[in-house]
Structure formats: structure tokens, C-alpha cells
Design a protein around this ligand. Structure first.
Ligand code: ADP
Ligand code: MG
Length: 587
């Protein structure tokens, strides 16, 4: 075929494809325009999952009648004048493409009035062809009506998913903006039925309740962090779910940067690192986080839908987000109710010396001021420090004994603790290993006689891929013929453990996951090995072993869960016991 210039109809449909992919993208563009126009009320009507109708009405600034025509043409925007403006964008729109794109793939009607005009105007655009601007008696603000979306692009229409899916995508989009703009009233109707309404009174938690239910909203933890005290620079606010509230996918992880919803791999992984080892494998938090950053430090002009952003200092943003979330998470993780007067006074004389002199009120105050952005680090010296400083910590415990060869029983200042010895040991090994790894010093011990392990071909292939990991982590493993490996050394931490078992732990029931960060992979593999080599339930421990396990657990930074997120202990508080024994009336 000879080279030809595309007709404007075809080229505008191609361009439209980048911005308007599905009904939800139309909703996004229109809502963003309303927000840019300073609307306080935004009403959205949807029919037929957005195929038949998407209407967005707002009470924003409006468009002067004389500019309606221009607003609908490509590269027409009121938000950007010169190219330097691109580097400090404070509006959601700036590309001047949305209305033109929408107009080229639908029956599009724009109705608008500015405050200074006595009446408004209406303009219809059908498949990219604009009609005449007509007068219209309407209130100040704008109504954008999109009918029969993609009527002239059958290929697009074919790619749409079911109504349920498309509608869900629309709702998810509106949900995000409702959360991001709590001062704006959003109302969504489907036919006559109202499906969502927010109050516009700035109460984000209430919006959460409207969207996710009161139960979820109540549990959400608030994040409020500022890079420095000056009020300048980075700040992060919003909500994160506690570790007890998770989802099986990342869909409920929402980030906004300067009020713009973005999908950022880097922000998401910063978030997941903050939750690291506190959630079970394959579980994800639910979050709505709002990052504010100087406009010149972020490039939003990366993608036509503006859903991707690039930060000038990626590392700084990453670590700020990770640190802030981790801090909030640790500060809120339930602390056992400390009531020394109840338990303490009664049994103080029986307690070992080390118990005396701990000022619980101080320990409590310190919790909020100490951040932990690092992977857990445990060392003997940090024992007392660690348990005082972290709210996820446990108080010093007095060992009572072991039951069922599976659980340790211990007394704390605030009640009784039942500890799962396996989960506890897993946690201890994991934190030690990761701490040694962090300083790149994992002491290894050569085996007296190298152990040879043969694995099924599929597992062997997997293990081959994991060899670099093993050799980073104090193992010395090499291939030794087909599907066979030779283990020559193991981390001292695991001395005495079965090395074949450690290797199998790495390759058995491996869950295929979405591609995680290298750091995540390592920690996950380390967690698997620790799980495999930790003492088991049903294994009788000597009193010394019990005591040292308890001490080691106390020294952990996150002693309350194993690295896979399961609890290591159950706490029966004084209060609970008193109630159960009828010593105290139910309140
Ligand atoms: P952009 O938002 O990138 O500027 P659009 O194609 O979305 O491009 O919109 C073009 C222009 O139309 C905007 O710059 C704005 O001036 C005007 N406009 C669009 N929607 C509205 C609205 N709801 N209220 C007021 N003005 C609007
Ligand atoms: Mg726009």
C-alpha cells in the first residue's frame, strides 16, 4: 500500500484508544475535569455499565460558550500554556485530549455555563463531528453526557468485558476519587437508583465505611507522616489495613500522588515491604494512601492515561513510604493491655529479679517514637531495648513450662501466654538469619561429611535457580551430577539440622507468585528454610531449651507472628481471666 496521511477520523480514533479504553476511563477523565474545575458536587449517572450512558454533572467553573467548541478539539486545554508548565503540574488534566477523544467515539453532549453568563450553552459531537453551539438554560457548572460509547468502533466494543466487570471498574474508579476528595460530594445513580453517595464533609473514614462497610472502616489504621517537620517536602496520609485485615490480591492497594490516582510498582512494593513478614504469603493489605510531593519532583506525563508517574528521587520516595507505613503499622499493632497493678502487685514477690524495675509507662511512650524501617534485627545486646521499644513486642515473660510437647506456658505482667514453640522458633531463626544477612555475615559451618541430596527433576531445576540464594545465606551447595546436589556447609544458626530438609524446603510446594522484588524473594526463601528447620510441635524441650526459646522470642522485633504471619502466641489477659472466673462483672 502506498504511504498516505491518515484521515482525521482514523487518526483521532487511534489517539482516542490511548485515553479511552473502556467506560471506566471515560468516567475517570470526566471526573478529573470536574475536580479540576473546582466542583464541590459531582453527580454521575451510568446506564448499561456505561455503554448506553455516562453522564457527569458538576457545579464547577464551567466552560464559556465561546470556548465549548475549542474544549472538544484535540490539544485544547486551559491548564497548560508553555512547555515548562509540564514540570510542575498541579491539575489532573493537562494534555487536552480527553474531550476530543471521547467525542470521537461516542454521541457526546457538552452543556455548560460559567457564573458570569446569564445562560449556558450546549454542543453536540457525534463521532468526532461537532455540531453548532446552542443556547441552554442551565445552572452554573457542566454536564458531560456520553451516549453509545464506541458505537463507531466495533473492535473496541468487542473487547469490553461483561457488564458486571465494566461496572465494577467504573465503581472502583469513582471509589478512588471519592476517597481522594473527601470534601467533594459524589453521587452515583444507575437508572433512578442511587448506588453511592458521599457527604463531602471531609471525613475520609466515613467514606471508607460507605465503600467497604463500617467494620472495615473501623479497623483501618491512619497514616500521617511528614518527611520533616517543616510541612514542606513529602507527606503521606490515608489509611492502611491492620495485619489482620487482608485481601488475596493487590487490587485494593490504592495510591494517589498529588490527588491523582496512580499505579506505581515502586510505591506498591514500598508498601508491601512495610508489611513484610507481618502478612501471610499471598495476602495483601487494603490501603488508600495519599502522597503529596512538590510537583516538580514528579513527572506525570509518562503515559496518556496519566496513571503512571516517575519520581525524581525514586529511592527517597520509596524509603519514605516504606518507613511511614511501617511506623504506623507497628504503632497500632495491638499491645497487650498492661495492668501491672492488677497482676504485678499480687505476684510481684514471686517474679524473678529481671522483672523489677521496668517502667511500663515509659515503655509505652517510647513505642510511638521509635520507627522500624529495617528488617527485623535481633542480637543479644538488643534484647531489653528491643522489647521495650516496639509495640509489637512482648513483655518479659516467666516460663512456667511446656504442655503437650507443643506449647510453652508463660506468665507476663499482664496475664498468661501460650506460645506455639514451632512458630516461635521460626520467628527467632528468621530474624537472626535476616539480621546476619543484613550485615552480610552469616557464619557457616562445614559439615563433617558433605551430604548428597537427590531431588525429582522439576525440583532440581528449581533448586538450581535458588543456588545463588543458598550461597548468600551461609549454605555451601553445589550441583553434583544429574538432579543431585552436595551440601558442604550450613549456617551455624541451623547447626545440627537436616540439610537435605533445608534444600527440600526451598523447592517443595512452591507457590507461583507474581514477580516479587529480589529482597522479597530472599526473605521468603529464608522464611521457608526457617520453618522447615524450626523445632516442631510434639517435640519435648528441656527447661533450658524452653527458657532460651522464650528469651529469644522476647528479643525479636515482631515476636507475635511467625514469618508467615501466623500468631506465635495467645494472650489470656488478667482481665479476661478475672471475668472468666467471675471475679469481675462484665461491663
Ligand atoms: P485537559 O483536562 O487535559 O485540559 P480535556 O480534554 O479533558 O483536557 O478538557 C479540555 C478543557 O475543557 C479543559 O482544559 C477545561 O478547560 C475544559 N473542561 C473540561 N471539562 C470541564 C468541566 N467539567 N468544567 C469546566 N471546564 C471543563
Ligand atoms: Mg481532562
Amino acid at each position: 500500500m502506498p504511504i498516505r496521511l491518515l484521515s482525521s477520523e482514523v487518526s483521532s480514533q487511534i489517539a482516542a484508544g490511548e485515553v479511552v479504553e473502556r467506560p471506566a476511563s471515560v468516567v475517570k477523565e470526566l471526573v478529573e475535569n470536574s475536580l479540576d474545575a473546582g466542583a464541590k458536587n459531582i453527580s454521575i449517572s451510568i446506564a448499561d455499565a456505561g455503554r448506553a450512558l455516562i453522564e457527569v454533572a458538576d457545579d464547577g467553573d464551567g466552560i464559556p460558550a465561546a470556548e465549548l467548541d475549542l474544549a472538544a478539539s484535540r490539544h485544547a486545554t486551559s491548564k497548560l500554556v508553555q512547555s515548562e508548565d509540564l514540570f510542575h503540574i498541579s491539575t489532573l488534566g493537562f494534555r487536552g485530549e480527553a474531550l476530543a477523544s471521547i467525542g470521537s467515539v461516542s454521541h457526546f453532549t457538552m452543556i455548560s455555563r460559567v457564573a458570569s453568563a446569564k445562560e449556558g450553552a450546549r454542543l453536540k459531537v457525534d463521532g468526532g463531528l461537532a455540531g453548532k453551539v446552542e443556547k441552554a438554560g442551565v445552572p452554573v457548572g457542566t454536564v458531560m453526557r456520553v451516549e453509545n460509547l464506541f458505537y463507531n468502533v466495533p473492535a473496541r466494543l468487542k473487547f469490553l468485558k461483561t457488564d458486571v466487570t465494566e461496572r465494577r471498574a467504573i465503581d472502583a474508579m469513582i471509589t478512588r476519587y471519592a476517597l481522594a476528595y473527601p470534601n467533594v460530594r459524589f453521587k452515583v445513580t444507575d437508572g433512578r437508583q442511587s448506588t453511592l453517595q458521599t457527604a463531602g464533609d471531609g471525613d475520609r473514614r466515613a467514606i471508607f465505611a460507605a465503600l467497604y462497610g463500617v467494620d472495615v472502616a473501623k479497623q483501618m489504621l491512619e497514616v500521617m507522616a511528614q518527611e520533616d517537620g517543616s510541612g514542606q517536602g513529602l507527606s503521606l496520609s490515608g489509611f492502611i489495613s491492620p495485619t489482620s485485615l487482608t485481601r488475596s490480591n493487590r487490587k485494593e492497594i490504592t495510591f494517589f500522588v498529588n490527588g491523582r490516582w496512580v499505579q506505581s510498582i515502586s510505591l506498591t512494593s514500598a508498601l508491601l515491604q512495610a508489611y513484610h513478614t507481618l502478612l501471610m504469603v499471598g495476602r495483601y493489605p487494603l490501603t488508600a494512601l495519599f502522597l503529596e510531593i512538590a510537583p516538580e519532583d514528579v513527572d506525570v506525563n509518562v503515559h496518556p492515561t496519566k496513571a503512571e508517574v516517575r519520581f525524581r528521587s525514586q529511592d527517597k520516595v520509596f524509603s519514605f513510604v516504606q518507613r511511614s507505613v511501617r511506623k504506623a503499622l507497628l504503632a497500632y499493632t495491638p499491645v497487650p493491655s498492661v495492668s501491672p497493678q492488677l497482676w504485678g502487685t499480687r505476684s510481684q514477690s514471686n517474679l524473678p529479679d529481671r522483672h523489677v524495675g521496668i517502667d511500663w509507662s515509659i515503655a509505652h511512650d517510647e513505642q510511638s517514637s521509635v520507627g522500624s524501617d529495617q528488617l527485623p534485627v535481633a542480637s543479644d545486646e538488643s534484647k531489653v531495648e528491643g522489647q521495650k521499644s516496639f509495640s509489637t513486642g512482648v513483655p518479659l515473660l516467666r516460663l512456667i513450662g511446656q504442655i503437650g510437647s507443643t506449647y510453652l506456658v508463660a506468665e507476663g505482667p499482664d496475664g498468661l501466654y501460650l506460645i506455639d514453640q514451632h512458630a516461635a522458633h521460626e520467628r527467632v531463626l528468621f530474624e537472626r538469619l535476616m539480621a546476619q544477612r543484613a550485615i552480610k555475615n552469616i557464619p557457616a559451618q562445614a559439615l563433617l561429611s558433605p551430604e548428597v541430596v537427590t531431588l525429582p527433576p522439576q525440583s532440581a531445576k528449581m533448586l538450581t535457580e535458588q543456588l545463588p540464594f543458598l550461597n548468600h545465606f551461609g549454605f555451601e551447595v553445589e550441583e553434583f551430577g544429574a538432579n543431585t546436589f552436595q551440601v558442604r556447609a550450613m549456617p551455624v544458626l541451623f547447626s545440627g539440622a537436616d540439610s537435605a530438609s533445608a534444600l527440600r524446603a526451598l523447592v517443595e510446594d512452591f507457590e507461583e507468585d507474581e514477580t516479587p522484588l529480589q529482597a522479597e524473594v530472599e526473605a521468603r526463601l529464608a522464611a521457608r528454610v526457617c520453618k522447615r528447620l524450626a523445632v516442631k510441635g510434639g517435640q519435648t524441650l528441656t527447661s533450658d531449651e524452653q527458657r532460651s526459646l522464650l528469651n529469644d522470642l522476647e528479643a525479636c522485633q515482631s515476636p507475635r507472628t511467625c514469618p508467615h504471619g501466623r500468631p506465635t502466641m495467645i494472650h489470656l489477659s488478667v482481665d479476661l481471666l478475672e471475668r472468666q472466673f467471675g471475679r469481675k462483672g462484665a461491663r
